[in-house]
Design a protein around this ligand. Structure first.
Ligand SMILES: Nc1ncnc2c1ncn2[C@@H]1O[C@H](COP(=O)(O)OP(=O)(O)OP(=O)(O)O)[C@@H](O)[C@H]1O
Ligand SMILES: [Mg+2]
Length: 254
C-alpha cells in the first residue's frame, strides 16, 4: 500500500510544487517507487519534470472526468522509480463542472485505489487556497505535508488548514492527518523557533521537520532548465536539504 501524501499550504508561492517535485524525485532516487500527481492547472510539477504534452495522451483531467483510467494517465519520467500523472491548464474547466457536487471531491481518492499497491509513495501537488482541486488533492491523501514560510504563514492560516482537515475527515470519512511542517526559504533554525513562538504554534512544534529548505538560486536555475534541483545540482544547499527531508519523511513512515 502506498503512503499518499498531499503537499499543502494555503498561500501561493510557499513552495508546494518545488517540494512535491523534489521530494518525489529524492524518494525515487533512493529506490522508492513513487508517483507524483499534478493536481494544479498551473502544471508546475509537470513542467518541472520536463514533461511536454507530446509525451502523453491522457492526464489527470481525463481521469477526473471519467474518460481514462489512472494507469492510462501515468507517464514514466527519466528517473527510474518516478512516474507522473501530468496536468494541463484545461484541468480548471473540468474542476468547475465537478465542483457543483461536493461528493466529487472524493473522486481522485476513489480512482487511486487502482494503483495504490504499485507505489511506495504517491505525492500530490495541490493548488493554493481552498478550491475544488485543493480539497480533492487533500481528500485523496491520508497525510498532508504542510509547506510553511516564516515570511507568509500565520496562525490564522494554520488554523484554517486544520478546519479544512476537519471538514474533509467528517464530510468524506477519510483518516487525513498532518505528517509534518516543512519550512521553505528559511536560513536558520532560530528563525523557525521564533516564528513558531510568535505565532503561538508551540503546541505543534513536534511536527516541524528538522530539515528546512534554504533560499537557493539553484532552484530558480532548475526551474528554467525544467529539471528537479536534486538532479540539476545535487551539491546545492537546496538539493541537499530536499534529500534530507525525503529521508526524514521516509523515516516517519517506516
Ligand atoms: N527555497 C527557494 N529558493 C529559491 N526560490 C524558491 C524557493 N522556493 C520557491 N522558490 C521560487 O518560488 C516560486 C514559487 O514556488 P512554487 O511554485 O513551488 O510555489 P507554490 O506554493 O507551488 O505556488 P502556487 O501556490 O502558485 O502553486 C518558484 O518559481 C521558485 O522558483
Ligand atoms: Mg504550485
Amino acid at each position: 500500500m502506498s503512503n499518499i501524501i498531499t503537499i499543502a499550504g494555503q498561500k501561493g508561492g510557499t513552495g508546494k510544487s518545488i517540494t512535491a517535485v523534489n521530494l518525489a524525485t529524492s524518494l525515487a532516487l533512493s529506490g522508492k517507487k513513487t508517483l507524483l500527481i499534478d493536481c494544479d492547472p498551473q502544471a508546475c510539477s509537470t513542467q518541472w519534470c520536463g514533461i511536454k504534452d507530446l509525451d502523453y495522451k491522457c492526464d489527470i483531467t481525463w481521469v477526473l472526468s471519467g474518460r481514462a483510467k489512472v494507469v492510462d494517465a501515468i507517464v514514466n519520467t527519466r528517473i527510474k522509480c518516478l512516474d507522473i500523472m501530468p496536468a494541463e491548464f484545461n484541468l480548471f474547466q473540468v474542476a468547475l463542472k465537478l465542483a457543483k457536487n461536493s461528493g466529487n471531491e472524493k473522486i481522485l481518492r476513489f480512482f487511486l485505489k487502482d494503483v495504490e499497491d504499485d507505489y511506495d509513495y504517491i505525492i500530490i501537488d495541490s493548488p493554493s487556497s481552498y478550491s475544488f482541486l485543493s480539497v480533492t488533492a487533500m481528500t485523496a491523501a491520508d497525510w498532508l505535508l504542510v509547506c510553511m514560510s516564516v515570511h507568509h504563514n500565520s496562525i490564522e492560516d494554520f488554523h484554517s488548514l486544520l478546519r479544512m482537515v476537519k471538514y474533509i475527515r467528517t464530510t468524506h470519512d477519510v483518516p487525513l492527518k498532518i505528517a509534518g511542517l516543512l519550512f521553505n526559504r528559511c536560513e536558520t533554525k532560530k528563525q523557525i523557533e521564533s516564528f513558531m513562538k510568535n505565532q503561538n504554534l508551540s503546541d505543534v512544534k513536534k511536527l516541524v521537520y528538522n530539515t528546512f529548505i534554504p533560499n537557493d538560486v539553484a532552484i530558480k536555475n532548475s526551474r528554467k532548465l525544467k529539471i528537479p534541483v536534486v538532479l540539476h545540482d545535487i551539491k546545492s544547499p537546496a538539493a541537499d536539504a530536499y534529500l534530507r527531508a525525503a529521508e526524514e519523511l521516509h523515516f516517519f513512515f517506516k
